[in-house]
Ligand binder design. Structure first.
Ligand SMILES: [Ca+2]
Ligand SMILES: [Ca+2]
Length: 107
């Protein structure tokens, strides 16, 4: 079974050819990546989100398209943003010295 995670840019629940695929992988029934672990005519997949900078789990609306030789199914899902306080710190230089008008505590 071939899986493609697609950004549903126009939020219509359908995968258009112009919408970007952010993750694609193949899982064979009974293989290591089939989480039920047996060849039983069903494939169960658990998506990981360990890479916090991965674009496949940025907030937005997605489609997971599952394709076999006989069938194709599309499942819509959303990744929602988590509200957290954010800060940015550091310094900006011209390569030698700090640029004027910026302080280390600027946000
Ligand atoms: Ca779409
Ligand atoms: Ca299976």
């Amino acid at each position: 079974m071939f899986f493609e995670q697609i950004i549903d840019l126009n939020n219509n629940g359908s995968a258009e050819a112009t919408e970007p695929v952010v993750r694609a992988f193949r899982v064979t029934d009974g293989s290591f990546y089939d989480t039920d672990g047996v060849a039983n005519g069903q494939v169960t997949v658990q998506l990981n989100s360990h890479d916090l900078l991965g674009r496949d789990h940025a907030p937005g609306n997605y489609l997971m398209k599952a394709t076999t030789s006989a069938d194709k199914t599309v499942y819509p899902f959303a990744v929602t943003a988590v509200s957290q306080a954010q800060t940015l710190s550091g310094s900006l230089t011209d390569g030698i010295s700090q640029l004027p008008g910026l302080s280390p505590t600027s946000r």
